[in-house]
Design a protein around this ligand. Structure first.
Ligand code: ATP
Ligand code: MG
Length: 565
C-alpha cells in the first residue's frame, strides 16, 4: 500500500453517516440508532481504536441514539482485567461515555449456549471431532469444496447430547467443536461450516471456571448485537467476508432484532503499528518501557507523550471514514496536536543543550525578574516573571564561530536579543584544551530591557535562555517513530516488525535547564518550550527535577515572533 490519504470527496461523503441517515429517514430499526464499541480486553486501546470509538460514539450522539461499551471477552486465553480497567479509562479520557450501557459478551454465555442448542436442534449445527488442523486441511480451495467430516451426518439427538457433555467438561480441549451446518461448497469461505463453539479449560476473567465451552467471535458478535438491540454494527473492512455469516445466524435463530453490519477502512498510520498483537510484543520483549511508553501509538502512550483528547478527536475527524484502505501520514497526527497545544499550552523557556554565557557588565549577585507572556494565542493566560542573572545558558546550537552571514544567532562581535530580556553582544569565546567552546563572554545593553530596542537598532536573532543561578535542572526525552518502515503492512518476506524497530527512537538529554516556574509542574501538563516545540511533564519527574517528553516540534514559528517584537 502506498501512502494514500482519503480524498476530500471520500471524507465529505461519509458513507456510514449517509446509510444511517437514510435508515432513520425510512424508519428502519424503528428510526433508532444504537451502536457499540466492542474491544477485546487483550491489550490497551490504540489510535486505530480511537477512530472506531469516535465513529461509534460520534454517530450515536449525532443521531440522538446511544453507544454501548461491550467487552468482547470470548477468549479467556488472552484476556485480563487490567486491560478492562485501562480501556474504561482511555475511552473516558478520549471524551466518550457509555452511561449505563456497559456489557460483556460473557453476560450472554447462557443465552449464546441456548442459541447454539437451538441451531443444533434445527439440524443447522453439529459436533465435529476433527482437530483444527484437520478442519483446515479439509477446507477446500476457491474451486474445490470443503470435505464433510463424519460428524456432519450425526443425528440431532446425538449432537445435542455431545454438546451438553462438552459443556459438562467431559472432553479435553481440541477433542471436538461445534460447527454451523451451512454450505461446504460456498464461494464465501466463512460459510463453509464455521466453528461456533470450542472447548477451552482456561479460567475466564469474569466467569471463572463456570464454562469450558466458549462461543467463537462470529457467533457471539452478531447475537450479542441483537440481544442489545444494536441497529448499526460498525466494524473494520476485514470483517466484510464474514458479513454473510453475521446475517446467516440472525436469519436462522429466533432473535430479538436484526442489526446490520457496516464495514469501514481501518486507520493505518505511517511508521505506526495498529495491532495489539504487535504492540504487546514490543512491551513484552522490552523494546519500549511499557504500554504507555510515549513512542507507543496506544492512547496511554499518546497521553503520556502529550497528545490531548481533543487533538486525537480532531485527527480522527480529519481522517474521515472511508471504504478504501489508506495510510495516513504521521504529520497529520502531529498537526492536530500542534494546532491544539498552540491554543492552550503556556510558553516557557528551556535550554536542552546548554552553553554558558557570562554577561560581564551585569552585576555579580543580582537576579532580576522580567515579564514574559504566557501565551500570545490566549490573552487570558497572562504573564509570568522570568529571572535574569549574570550567568545564563543558551543552546549550543545558537552560537557559531566564524558564522556565515545568514546565521542570525550569536557569533563573535554580533548582537542578538535574549527573549524578554536584553540585547547582548558576544565579545569573547572561551575554549577548553581540546578546542571546544565552553563559555561565551558577552555584554548587555541596559537600555534594551524587555528586549526592546530604544533607538530603532535592529537585531536579526532572538534567542531563548535560562538563568544559570535560578534555572532548574531537567531531563528531556526526544522521540522518533518506533519503526523505520513507512508502511508496516509492507514487510519483506521473512521479516517481522521487530526487525524494523529503530535502535535510537529515544534520545534522553539529562543536562537541560528550565525556568524555575517549571520545577513542580504537575505531570501531564503541556508547555511550549519557545523555539523548540511542545513538551509534556512525565510521571518520572521528581521534585525539583522535572522530566519532559517532547510531544512534537514546532514549525518555524519563531520568524513570526521575531517580527512582532
Ligand atoms: P487489534 O488488531 O489491535 O487487536 P482488533 O480489531 O482485534 O485490533 P478489538 O479490540 O477487537 O481489536 O477492536 C475493537 C474495535 O476497534 C473493533 O470494532 C475494530 O474493528 C476496531 N478497530 C481496531 N483497530 C482499528 C483500526 N486500526 N482502525 C479502526 N478501527 C479499529
Ligand atoms: Mg478483534
Amino acid at each position: 500500500m502506498s501512502v494514500k490519504e482519503p480524498t476530500d470527496t471520500e471524507k465529505l461523503n461519509d458513507f456510514v453517516r449517509t446509510i444511517i441517515a437514510d435508515d432513520v429517514a425510512s424508519n428502519k430499526h424503528g428510526g433508532s440508532v444504537v451502536t457499540r464499541f466492542p474491544p477485546e480486553p487483550s491489550g490497551l486501546l490504540h489510535i486505530g481504536h480511537a477512530k472506531a470509538i469516535c465513529l461509534d460514539f460520534g454517530v450515536a450522539s449525532e443521531f440522538g441514539g446511544r453507544c454501548h461499551l461491550r467487552f468482547d471477552d470470548t477468549n479467556p486465553e488472552v484476556e485480563e482485567d487490567e486491560y478492562v480497567q485501562s480501556i474504561h479509562r482511555d475511552i473516558k479520557w478520549l471524551g466518550f461515555d457509555w452511561g449505563e450501557h456497559f456489557y460483556h459478551a460473557s453476560d450472554y454465555f447462557e443465552r449464546l449456549y441456548d442459541f447454539a442448542v437451538e441451531l443444533i436442534g434445527k439440524g443447522s449445527a453439529y459436533v465435529c471431532d476433527w482437530s483444527s488442523e484437520e478442519i483446515a486441511a479439509n477446507r477446500g480451495t476457491l474451486t474445490e469444496p470443503a470435505n464433510a467430516s463424519p460428524g456432519r451426518s450425526r443425528s440431532v439427538e446425538e449432537n445435542l447430547d455431545l454438546f451438553a457433555r462438552m459443556r459438562a467438561g467431559e472432553f479435553e480441549e481440541g477433542a471436538c467443536v461445534v460447527r454451523a451446518k451451512i454450505d461446504l461448497g460456498s464461494s464465501v469461505l466463512p460459510l463453509r461450516d464455521p466453528t461456533i463453539y470450542r472447548i477451552l479449560k482456561t479460567p475466564h476473567h469474569r466467569t471463572g471456571t463456570e464454562w469450558c465451552v466458549y462461543p467463537m467471535y462470529d457467533f457471539a458478535h452478531c447475537l450479542s448485537d441483537s440481544l442489545e438491540l444494536i441497529t448499526h454494527s460498525l466494524c473494520t473492512l476485514e470483517f466484510i467476508d464474514r458479513r454473510p455469516l453475521y446475517e446467516w445466524f440472525l436469519a436462522q435463530l429466533d432473535v430479538p432484532s436484526n442489526p446490520q453490519q457496516i464495514e469501514f477502512a481501518r486507520l493505518n498510520v505511517a511508521y505506526t503499528v495498529t495491532s495489539k498483537r504487535n504492540l504487546k510484543r514490543f512491551v513484552e520483549e522490552g523494546f519500549v518501557s511499557g504500554w504507555d511508553d510515549p513512542r507507543m501509538p496506544t492512547l496511554a502512550g499518546l497521553r503520556r507523550r502529550g497528545y490531548t483528547p481533543e487533538s486525537i478527536r480532531n485527527f480522527c475527524k480529519g481522517v474521515g471514514v472511508a471504504k478504501r484502505e489508506n495510510l495516513i501520514q504521521v504529520a497529520r497526527l502531529e498537526f492536530s496536536v500542534r494546532e491544539h497545544l498552540n491554543r492552550i499550552a503556556d510558553r516557557r523557556m528551556a535550554v536542552l543543550k546548554p552553553l554558558k554565557v557570562v554577561i560581564t557588565n551585569y552585576p555579580e549577585d543580582e537576579i532580576e525578574q522580567l515579564d514574559a507572556i504566557n501565551n500570545p494565542e490566549d490573552p487570558g493566560a497572562g504573564s509570568r516573571q522570568v529571572p535574569f542573572s549574570r550567568e545564563i545558558y543558551i543552546e549550543q546550537d545558537d552560537f557559531m564561530e566564524d558564522a556565515p552571514k545568514k546565521f542570525f544567532r550569536l557569533s563573535q562581535g554580533r548582537e542578538v536579543r535574549l527573549r524578554y530580556a536584553y540585547f547582548v553582544t558576544c565579545n569573547d569565546v572561551i575554549k577548553d584544551d581540546a578546542g571546544n567552546v565552553v563559555e561565551l563572554h558577552c555584554t548587555y545593553d541596559p537600555a534594551t530591557r524587555g528586549g526592546n530596542s530604544p533607538d530603532g537598532r535592529k537585531v536579526k536573532g532572538t534567542l531563548h535562555w535560562v538563568s544559570a543561578a535560578a534555572g532548574v535542572p531537567a531531563e528531556v526525552r526526544l522521540y522518533d517513530t518506533l519503526l523505520d518502515l513507512e508502511d508496516p503492512s509492507d514487510l519483506e518476506e521473512g521479516k517481522t516488525l521487530l526487525d524494523h524497530v529503530r535502535p535510537n527512537s529515544l534520545e534522553t538529554l539529562t543536562d537541560c535547564v528550565v525556568e524555575p516556574i517549571l520545577a513542580d509542574t504537575p505531570e501531564g501538563t503541556s508547555v511550549q518550550f519557545e523555539r523548540l516545540g511542545y513538551y509534556c511533564v512525565d510521571p518520572d519527574s521528581e521534585a525539583g527535577r522535572p522530566v519532559f517528553n517532547r510531544t512534537v516540534t514546532l514549525r518555524d514559528t519563531w520568524a513570526k515572533v521575531a517580527k512582532k517584537k
